[in-house]
Design a protein around this ligand. Structure first.
Ligand code: KG4
Ligand code: ZN
Length: 353
């Protein structure tokens, strides 16, 4: 079918009472397919994680990830339809993450989605992964609507965003080096903890005391931008130093001290930005929003300040296709055009694309 005819199909969907989107996500180490109705109702969301495969390498190996996406995607898709008690005939459009992420991994989802769209003669929507993380909160909170401030914290991104509408975002601050999840994972690795390290640091920190002051220069104090490579290197040096001297390291105290610093940075800068923006609604998105200490800290601070706080359910914090199906619906309403078969994956993608 011609692209114009596909765009007309998409246009017609705007007036439909029920729009069911089949979404595909494969940007990192989760192969996920979901069916989402009208951007909010998750009819199914199947996530096949490769974490056990990558654990033995201490992190995601891109080529291994791509190969495992290929093995999983078809079955995950079938399962998503089964769990929703639907067939392909019931699906109105196909959505897929086309960036940002690991190129080879993204290509698997993009090509699978192109194949489906072509074979089924359905419109194809190309979706930005980061917008998906923000939208995960629309699934968890029925009444949540923009405008709000979003603290986006994942393995690949760290940013404070001014979310003006479902499809319009402004970056207020971001990391100048490591993403916060990346710093969690690297610090965990140096202590011998399994990948993905964030959740292990979170668990261990509960048994420790934040009594170590890691010597480093906090270069961005007073701005909305973040830097996590200084603290990460300080922890690595601390651990190496102790090991060279043959001294024991207390991984619970290191975890608590590192996490306290990071959470304090995230929370103080976000709340300062909100004050300056005149915003009273905070949405936290991305894998690191699963951190229990951050959740407790922000809950307390927002309560004191009279701010509303939204965090997505644990299963929608990390990578999943339901969030892609959610944002695809709002992009469609906002006039996103159908992607054509020249669509390709992008390892980096500006937020507004
Ligand atoms: O959003 P996500 O699933 O993937 C990306 O798009 O990057 O985030 C994964 C990141 C990993 O770095 C992982 O260690 C971190 O989220 N993470 C956590 C916790 N759970 C996951 N970090 C800190 N505390 C947690 N409880
Ligand atoms: Zn992600």
């Amino acid at each position: 079918m011609l692209k114009e005819q596909m765009d007309k199909k998409l246009e017609d969907l705007k007036g439909k009472a029920s729009v069911k989107i089949l979404a595909i996500e494969s940007s990192c180490d989760e192969t996920s397919v979901a069916v989402v109705e009208n951007g909010r109702k998750v009819l199914s969301c199947v996530i096949s994680t490769q974490i056990p495969i990558h654990k033995r390498f201490g992190g995601v190996v891109p080529e291994v990830a791509s190969r495992n996406h290929i093995l999983a995607v078809d079955n995950v898709c079938k399962q998503a339809l089964e769990e929703a008690s639907l067939t392909f005939d019931d699906i109105d459009a196909i959505a897929v993450t086309y960036g940002a992420g690991l190129l080879g991994a993204l290509l698997v989802g993009v090509n699978y989605a192109k194949g489906l769209a072509y074979a089924l003669n359905k419109p194809l929507l190309a979706i930005n992964h980061i917008k998906g993380h923000i939208a995960s909160n629309y699934i968890s909170h029925e009444k949540l609507a923009p405008p709000f401030t979003c603290l986006l914290i994942s393995g690949g991104h760290t940013a404070i965003l001014n979310v003006k509408s479902y499809t319009e975002f402004e970056c207020v601050g971001s990391t100048v080096d490591d993403a916060v999840g990346e710093a969690f994972d690297k610090v965990a690795r140096i202590m011998g903890l399994e990948y993905p390290g964030g959740v292990n640091i979170d668990r261990l920190a509960k048994q420790g005391t934040a009594n170590i002051n890691f010597a480093h220069k906090n270069i961005l104090a007073g701005t909305y931008n973040f830097s996590f490579s200084g603290i990460k290197t300080a922890v690595i040096n601390y651990v190496h130093n102790k090991q060279q001297k043959g001294e024991e390291i207390n991984i619970a105290d290191i975890s608590a001290s590192f996490q306290t610093f990071v959470v304090n940075e995230l929370s103080c800068k976000t709340l300062k930005a909100m004050k300056d923006l005149g915003s009273t609604k905070l949405v936290v998105a991305g894998g690191v929003s699963a951190n229990s200490f951050l959740k407790a800290e922000l809950t307390q601070k927002c309560e004191e300040l009279g701010y509303e706080l939204f965090m997505s359910e644990l299963r929608f914090c990390t990578d999943n296709a339901a969030m892609i199906g959610s944002v695809a619906y709002y992009e469609l309403l906002n006039g996103l055009k159908c992607a054509d078969f020249s669509l390709t994956a992008k390892s980096t993608l500006p937020l507004n694309e």
